[in-house]
Design a protein around this ligand. Structure first.
Ligand SMILES: [Zn+2]
Length: 260
């Protein structure tokens, strides 16, 4: 997504992750969720107030932890969206940590979310209030998908996925962020096979955009998928891969996801 969904990979940690993982203060809900995710999936939720910085091959990720004093509204969204996932999927993905931040930057540019494979951490900016609730809910799925994608598929170029696109269609990061087209994660169906402009950037983002719209059950996206054969084929491949990775992501899972 334009404002913060870059998968950063392949680098090295220069400055270790320094969120405090001690007892949270200020939010009963945070404490409940922290306990729940640790117990059911071994995932640590962190929301200290320290600054952090991680250098990767793709640039510097830095920010400030959100603290737990004023993040309950964000946590309500998180509880519902992440609650759709079976714990087995969280475990299989290798996700170690979800960091709630009040500032999040990639090479100095503001981001709403980042997924890092170096430390299997999803960073979510709880203060990006300029974005819609819809965007923020989808963002959680988008970022987590990058972790799933890394764990299940890896870093290789996804030629099987790319082969689903119409002949002559090439991914292009510049097209995904062209000015004058509004937020690039809006479901506008900018080309056959693509739900959003951001999905034009590269196959990893394309997959994450499609996944997030399926998980959120975006009704507009469902309409486009119904009448676009390329999108339908991408959905089929995505679901087949996910089921192979985690058998609990079967037809029943997707049926529940749209009723949630
Ligand atoms: Zn992304």
């Amino acid at each position: 997504m334009t404002k913060g969904v870059k998968m950063v990979r392949g680098g090295c940690l220069v400055l270790a992750f320094i969120f405090a993982v001690g007892a949270a203060r200020g939010s009963v809900l945070f404490d409940q969720l922290k306990k729940e995710y640790r117990e059911k999936a071994g995932v640590e939720l962190v929301a200290g107030t320290e600054k952090f910085s991680v250098m990767t091959d793709y640039g510097q990720i830095e920010g400030v932890g959100a603290g737990t004093g004023d993040i309950d509204l964000f946590l309500y969204m998180f509880r519902k969206e992440f609650g759709k996932y079976p714990p087995e999927l969280l475990r299989l993905s290798g996700l170690k940590r979800i960091a709630f931040c009040s500032e999040l930057l990639h090479d100095g540019q503001r981001r709403s979310g980042v997924a890092l494979s170096e430390n299997f951490t999803v960073y979510l900016n709880v203060r990006s209030g300029v974005f819609s609730e819809r965007f923020r809910r989808k963002l959680m799925h988008h970022e987590f998908f990058h972790i799933i994608d890394f764990a299940s598929f890896g870093y290789e170029r996804d030629t099987e996925w790319e082969a689903l696109n119409a002949p002559g269609v090439d991914y292009n990061p510049a097209a995904a962020t062209a000015a004058g087209h509004g937020p690039s994660s809006d479901v506008t169906h900018p080309a056959a096979g693509f739900l959003t402009r951001y999905s034009l950037a590269e196959s990893r983002e394309d997959k994450a955009e499609l996944f997030s719209n399926l998980m959120f059950n975006d009704l507009q996206a469902r309409e486009f998928i119904k009448r676009d054969g390329v999108l339908a084929a991408k959905v089929q491949l995505l679901k087949a891969r996910l089921k192979a990775f985690c058998p609990e992501l079967d037809d029943g899972f997707w049926a529940r996801a749209i009723q949630f």
